[in-house]
Ligand binder design. Structure first.
Ligand code: PMV
Length: 325
């Protein structure tokens, strides 16, 4: 038997601009996670048991681009004869159990977490060790199947499970899709974030597509917004590394305003951002693809409860308090 677990994630700064090669900052959220268990089964075939999404089936019955099937299909040709024999209907079967506490389509990286945990569990079950780079690369390939033009930040922060500063394709490189440049960052002084769910599922692919349309209509305007957001991510990194987390609040507020200009916020997100600020949060912004999903607020530990209550009154479906360290 082999097991693996992967955390959720939240983007602190730089979403959307990161698709256009500006830097972004993301951190793991260990309060929510995906757990995968792979074990021998007396039944032939590869059986998936994922109660959270009500999926109990043999992998061959799933379309090849299904998020779980595509991980197994990517993995099988690289794997030991065991999985291949099983895939071809051999006598020994495999059972894969997937459980998750990460809400789907909310900006917490549930898809990438399933990919990373599944890749690691399969690699350990098949005694085929993979480096973090290999896990990240495979997970990025899966992200591309499902999200079109992902920056790669989700799979990266979840693979490394550390705060990361990420650039999709650094300017010095040629046009090859390398999956991005990643630097893990050290947190000078830990800080606390409230992550608040609107309860509205939103497809990142759609908001990314709408920003693309906006960019096509007015490249100069959009590029200057991306530059500003990139600068915010850069300053955010410096503040975190130098142990000045109190500076992050102002940067969050500025980042939110630029995301509003890119049309990816929503009335519900704006309402929660306002409620957090009014209750004393040091700053707040939407996080991830936008239109729904999550927003984040910088709080001090003693403010966390008041800010949470204020966001709940403003319609929050769920609030997670997490320490970034
Ligand atoms: O909604 P999320 O957390 O998957 O956010 C995606 C972040 C974007 O920058 C909007 C897209 C991307 O691929 O980086």
């Amino acid at each position: 038997m082999a097991t693996s677990s992967a955390p959720g994630k939240i983007i602190l700064f730089g979403e959307h601009a990161v698709v256009y090669n500006r830097p972004a900052l993301a951190v793991p959220v260990i309060q929510v996670h995906v757990d995968v268990e792979v074990l021998d089964s007396p039944r032939a075939g590869i059986w998936i048991d994922a109660p959270d999404v009500n999926l109990h089936t043999e992998v061959g019955t799933l379309p090849s681009n299904h998020p779980i099937a595509s991980v197994i299909n990517k993995f099988a040709p690289l794997s030991s004869p065991h999985l291949q024999t099983t895939k071809m209907g051999g006598q020994r079967g495999v059972e894969i159990k997937i459980t998750s506490t990460i809400p789907v389509a909310s900006g917490l990286g549930s898809g990438a977490a399933v990919s990373v945990a599944l890749i690691r569990a399969l690699s350990s079950f098949l005694l085929r060790p993979l480096s973090d780079e290999q896990v990240n690369h495979l997970a990025y390939e899966i992200e591309k199947i499902h999200h079109g033009t992902p920056s790669g930040i989700d799979n990266t922060v979840i693979t490394y499970a550390k705060p990361v500063y990420f650039i999709k394709n650094p300017p010095s490189s040629d046009n090859r899709d390398t999956g991005g440049k990643v630097e893990t960052i050290k947190v000078g002084i830990p800080f606390t974030i409230a992550i608040c769910d609107t309860g509205i599922p939103a497809l990142t692919k759609e908001s990314v597509g709408d920003v693309r349309k906006l960019w096509r209509m007015n490249q100069v305007h959009c590029e200057s917004i991306f530059d500003e957001i990139g600068q915010i991510a850069f300053m955010g990194r410096r503040a975190i590394e130098r142990g000045k987390p109190e500076m992050l609040g102002e940067l969050m507020d500025q980042n939110h305003a630029f995301l509003q200009k890119l049309t990816v916020s929503s009335p519900e997100l704006d309402k929660l951002v306002d409620a957090a600020r009014k209750a004393g949060a040091l700053g707040a912004k939407m996080s991830g693809g936008g239109r729904g999903g999550n927003m984040i607020a910088l709080v001090t530990p003693d403010l966390a409860e008041t800010v949470t209550r204020s966001m709940q009154e403003a319609g929050a479906r769920n609030v997670i308090i997490t320490k970034v360290e």
